[in-house]
Design a protein around this ligand. Sequence first.
Ligand code: N2P
Length: 352
Amino acid sequence: MATRVTRRDFLKAAVLAPLAPALLSACRRAGSADEVNFYNWSDYIGKSTLPDFTKATGIAVNYDLFADEEEMFAKIRAGARGYDLIVVGDYLIPRFQILNLIEPVPPGALRNMGNLAARFRHPAYDPDETTVPYLWGTTGIAYNRKTLKRKPTSWRDLWDPRYKNRISMLDNVRDCLSVAMQLLGIPETTHAPADFAKVRALLLQQKPLVKMYSSSSYLNSLVAGEIDLAMTWSGDLFQAARDNPDLDYVLPKEGTYMWVDCLALVRGARHRANALRLIDYLLEPKVAAQNADFVRYATPNAAAAPFTDPVLRRDPRVYPPPRQMDALMMHHVLDPEQTETWNQIWADVKVS
Ligand code: N2P
């Protein structure tokens, strides 16, 4: 536990320290134009990415972190207006758009937009490209090679009573419900109440085995050996494996999801031009490569590929080979009614 906390604290400090705190707070007091307020997942940026941006542009980055994207969404929806730039998961983008919480990135505003690989352009979750792909990854199973006798192969393993209290699940409605649906053979397009009843029942059946629902802090528990099996996002597990090399990652045989996290401008952003400059900077090939390598997620930036670490580039757990890549599903874009039902089920599971 201590190791992990130390590492994360270090990481946060390492990102913030070179931003010259005195200068930063002076900017804040003066409401300086030379700043941008960036709200991102924890452990989701290269060590020197933001300090390098500040050095290159003179724009200070006020950097704030979240550990759960639904919480971030709730905060922005509740009116937190201090942020200019946020990182939003693909499935959440339509919800931000419906509530008018994000401002489209103007077409042609970014010099480096063309660096993105074709498959990440005009995606189903955001066909008009109002947001910009940042990093992508997969959802899979993390396990401890030492403590688990058998390598997990299926989502079913997360329902195995032998692992009671040694399991964690992502605190994420999309991942948990999608996996339950996959196991039940129910399509994500469903509106049928009977299907939803089955999904709820399957997740409730698993609940007594689950030690925690968490999207960030479970990594401490994995590293410390307090749990052996977890639904995880790829790069987060590879970061945790730096601290505990017994940790490994598998894509379940049923198939899994790829998701794309995107950079989005917050509606009414006070430092819009600076936020656009930061997005453009993050799209620069070498910057994108270093960023992706550090956080162990995959970059959607084709021009960055030659600059990424060849070891990671060849690691099929980070960049699945074409055949596996084709088998990866994107989350279906839900309509508002489905979104409400999914959220209701998830809330029921969590409070029960
Ligand atoms: C960062 C996790 C981000 C991945 N720690 C979720 N899409």
